[in-house]
Design a protein around this ligand. Structure first.
Ligand code: HEM
Length: 458
């Protein structure tokens, strides 16, 4: 981050703790309630400081509408993500770019993250789910966060880069989580990147991706008679614009689905599994939907999206447990927002999910209630009310893939297993760096409802 201009004179400023400022509240598990409390106290714009850094928060529906309309003209992503590129050995990546270059990268990379691409590769994703459900038996303990990470990471590997992440799961988690916690959320000191296990993980992951890139070069999709994936798309772009795509940039692009999608989608799936079994009155209906989905073999992506209760459950889970509660940006120019003039170079935090906790949109917002998203109430439809996938130019490029994977895995679990949450379990969240249920979240396998093979049988 660059030098932060002083706060404008009349801006309300949150009083933080001595030296630390509001840093302890900026951990991702505490950020949304903190930004929401201060939105309710000060309105849509206020200042906060954290260990000597100043940020201006733009929050609530006002901020969401402002970013949607004006964000591409006045907000820059580079400062927030540059350190991550450097640590990943790249010159640039989709998320750290702005303007025309960002649009170019996004055009190339987003096809392999899209809903339709997910639909074309659904069977490959379901094969991974099946592999990881097969060893589960009645009486076992189903470790929710571990199972979700293992399955989603492998699904992303097979679908987006045509490889396997099985031998690299621990390396992938160690490298990506530590790097993001140092460079992006800044909750760990830089020295953590020097730990031997992080350096070893980085070397192994880079080798895995470099080998995949080499294999794709040697066997282009068309010649090999297979459908192109993310690496093929990037290599095709390199051919037309070699200066834009040097090896390091291709490598970070190939790692993109893991950096952006592994923890985000897995943690959301874990929250969903927790919610489905905590609010167990919904389970009979959820199981009936899942059984109908698999009645004639694997469902289509469209059928998954049309499952009314499962879909609203996912939406409500993303409202209550958004894994990216806010976005970090820099103002490229002076702007006027909610009656305040903010100078160029101001570090802003856009509290995109503050609206998720406001009574004006979601009556009784702390209550988990999937019916909010049903056609009668559609509480999320009001402008600026719902943004679990961010807003503006950098809105999640993988939202279609994420929703598809989360719903597919949840439906397959509902169809095959009867799981139960211990009623005495005390739910805890951790920030690594995105919010996740704590590692001890587990469900008891009461029984097997249908064999895993039934996921594929017509
Ligand atoms: C429920 C799961 C997910 C959530 C809630 C989520 C949320 C987000 C958010 C909020 C952003 C914007 C970050 C910012 O502006 O600073 C983002 C960006 C992005 N996400 Fe996701 N994400 C999820 C899963 C995924 C998956 C599975 C993929 C890919 C396989 C993915 C790929 C991306 C990419 C490539 C970007 C950068 C887009 C750009 O810079 O233009 N995400 N995501």
């Amino acid at each position: 981050m660059g030098v932060t201009p002083p706060f404008p004179a009349i801006l309300p400023v949150v009083r933080g703790r001595p030296l630390l400022g509001s840093a302890p509240e900026m951990v991702t598990t505490r950020l949304r309630p903190f930004l929401t409390r201060n939105y309710q106290k000060y309105g849509p714009v206020y200042g906060i400081s954290a260990v000597g850094m100043r940020f201006v928060v733009l929050a609530g529906p006002e901020a969401n509408l402002f970013v949607t309309k004006e964000g591409h003209k006045v907000l820059r992503s580079e400062e927030a993500w540059r350190q991550n590129d450097i640590e990943m050995g790249a010159r640039r990546s989709m998320i750290s770019l702005d303007g025309e270059l960002h649009r170019k990268y996004r055009r190339v990379e987003s096809r392999a993250y899209s809903r339709s691409y997910f639909g074309e590769n659904l069977r490959a994703a379901l094969e991974v789910t099946a592999e990881d459900l097969t060893p589960v038996h009645a009486g076992d303990t189903f470790r929710v966060p571990y199972w979700s990470k293992r399955v989603i990471t492998e699904q992303l590997a097979r679908m987006t880069v045509g490889g396997t992440a099985r031998p690299y799961l621990e390396d992938m988690l160690t490298f990506v989580q530590t790097t993001l916690m140092v460079t992006t959320t800044k909750q760990l000191p830089k020295v953590m990147l020097l730990q031997p296990k992080v350096r070893r993980a980085k070397a192994r992951i880079f080798k895995m991706v470099d080998d995949l890139i080499a294999q794709h070069r040697a066997n282009p999709a068309e010649a090999a008679g297979r459908a192109p994936n993310l690496i093929d798309d990037v290599l095709a772009a390199e051919k037309t614009d070699p200066e834009l795509w040097q090896h390091e940039d291709i490598r970070i692009a190939a790692l993109g689905s893991f950096i952006a999608g592994m923890d985000t989608a897995a943690n959301s799936l874990s929250f969903l599994l927790y919610r489905m079994h905590k609010h167990k009155e919904y389970l009979p209906k959820l199981r009936a939907e899942a059984d109908a989905l698999f009645a004639a073999g694997p469902p289509s992506a469209e059928a998954l999206g049309r499952s009314p209760l499962l879909h609203t459950f996912v939406m409500e889970t993303l409202r209550v447990h958004p894994i990216a509660p806010a976005m970090s940006r820099t103002l490229t120019t002076e702007v006027e927002f909610a009656g305040h003039r903010l100078p160029a170079r101001t570090n802003v935090i856009v509290g995109t999910t503050v609206s998720h906790g406001l009574d004006q949109f979601y009556p009784n917002p702390d209550q988990f209630d999937p019916a909010r998203f049903g056609p009668e109430r559609a509480e999320h439809r009001k402008p600026g009310a719902y943004a679990p996938f961010g807003l503006g130019a950098h809105t999640c490029a993988g939202s279609g893939m994420a929703e598809g994977l989360i719903m597919l895995n949840a439906a397959a679990i509902l169809h095959t297993l009867e799981l139960e949450l211990d009623p005495s379990y005390q739910f805890k969240e951790i920030a690594r760096p995105t919010p996740s249920p704590a590692d001890d979240l587990a469900l008891r396998v009461v029984g097997v409802r249908h064999p895993v093979s039934s996921l594929f049988e017509a």
